[in-house]
Design a protein around this ligand. Structure first.
Ligand code: SF4
Length: 339
């Protein structure tokens, strides 16, 4: 006997994630975040936003750059396979509701909670220009971003769990002071998903500012040139010198892109000096080209039709706004501001 289907499919739990529009997205963004977004969009109610206010907390003097990157980044998302039919895409600064919740939450949030976030002190010590109120308030703005959608999950890397913890503390304090009978702001959980950490061309963290990135939409010839000129095991000076893959910045690319058989071929060839470094890099160049093909095709169609991208963001922003406004009404009422 078959089971009767429920009248309504169970509601999908909401996931919220944002990205700062600070430049063309690269393979590190794809493997570290976007691939996961694409995976989550069919199982969760995903809200993905362009965190342009967050970009301003650190790049407040680069006005033009942020502006240029906003829609370009959305095209990178769509190129990667983010589906606007399944996920809600929007721009943070188009949602003043986030700013209102940020202000209201600021009233009850002790400043020491923000000052003690490890990355805050480190970064301000390194760069005094970051000693701003906006940068201090960044985790609280992030809390507002999350809580306004009552997100159940926030996908994070291991180094960002402190920010979600602050969001939970902010929600807990708000609920205790203003909504002791029925918690209004649910505490989100981290979604620690398996993502690949892809080092840059020099073996350090891949970032555009370090000049060691392969952009998602780099042309095939550019990718080829970048990989061919990557440094290799420093102890492998001549072709006849045996190398050690674990000392080589190229190796993590093999771990990510190559089959077990190709990895065995490369490792054996390296250790026995049976292959040259350019031979070793060739399958990687091909694998990256193959990965980029569908991205390029999708991006081309969106680049040819910028109005479509704007429309996608427009629809997403309105969808997000309906949720945000509902939460704000509850928050205002709880705080005695519903007049
Ligand atoms: S053969 Fe491959 S793994 Fe070995 S040093 Fe050259 S590029 Fe690196």
């Amino acid at each position: 006997m078959s089971e009767a289907l429920p009248d309504h499919p169970p509601a999908r739990q909401r996931v919220l994630s944002g990205m700062r529009p600070t430049g063309a997205l690269h393979l590190g963004h794809y493997h570290g975040a976007l691939k996961n977004w694409v995976r989550l969009q069919s199982s969760h109610d995903c809200f993905f936003f362009v965190a342009d206010w967050h970009a301003l907390t650190t790049h407040y003097q680069d006005r033009g750059e942020i502006e240029r990157n906003v829609y370009d980044m959305v095209i990178d998302w769509l190129a990667a396979g983010v589906d606007p039919e399944q996920a809600t895409l929007f721009i943070q600064s188009r949602m003043p509701e986030h700013a209102e919740l940020f202000t209201l939450l600021a009233m009850s949030t002790p400043s020491s909670w923000l000052e003690r976030i490890p990355s805050y002190k480190d970064q301000v010590e390194k760069n005094r220009e970051l000693a701003t109120y906006g940068f201090l308030g960044y985790p609280l703005l992030q809390a507002a971003d999350i809580l306004i959608y009552k997100a159940a999950y926030v996908p994070v890397g291991e180094d960002q769990t402190a920010h979600v913890e602050v969001t939970r503390e902010v929600a807990r304090r708000f609920n205790r002071i203003y909504a002791p009978e029925r918690a209004i702001l649910p505490e989100p959980q981290e979604l620690l998903t398996e993502t690949a950490r892809l080092p840059g061309l020099d073996g350090q963290k891949m970032s555009k500012s370090a000049g060691n990135a392969i952009a998602m939409r780099d042309a095939p010839a550019v990718v080829e040139e970048k990989v061919r000129t990557m440094p290799t095991d420093p102890q492998r000076v001549r072709l006849g010198d045996p190398g050690e893959p674990t000392r080589c910045p190229v190796w993590p690319l093999h771990e990510l892109y190559s089959t077990a058989a190709t990895q065995a071929w490369a490792a054996q060839g390296c250790r026995s000096a049976g292959i040259g470094c350019l031979d070793c890099k060739q399958p990687l160049i091909q694998a990256i080209h193959k990965e980029q093909e569908p991205w390029r095709e999708r991006a081309e169609s969106y680049l040819a039709n910028p109005k479509q991208v704007q429309w996608i963001v427009e629809v997403g922003t309105e969808r997000a706004r309906a949720v945000a406004r509902k939460t704000l009404r509850e928050v205002r009422t709880a705080m005695g501001l519903a007049y």
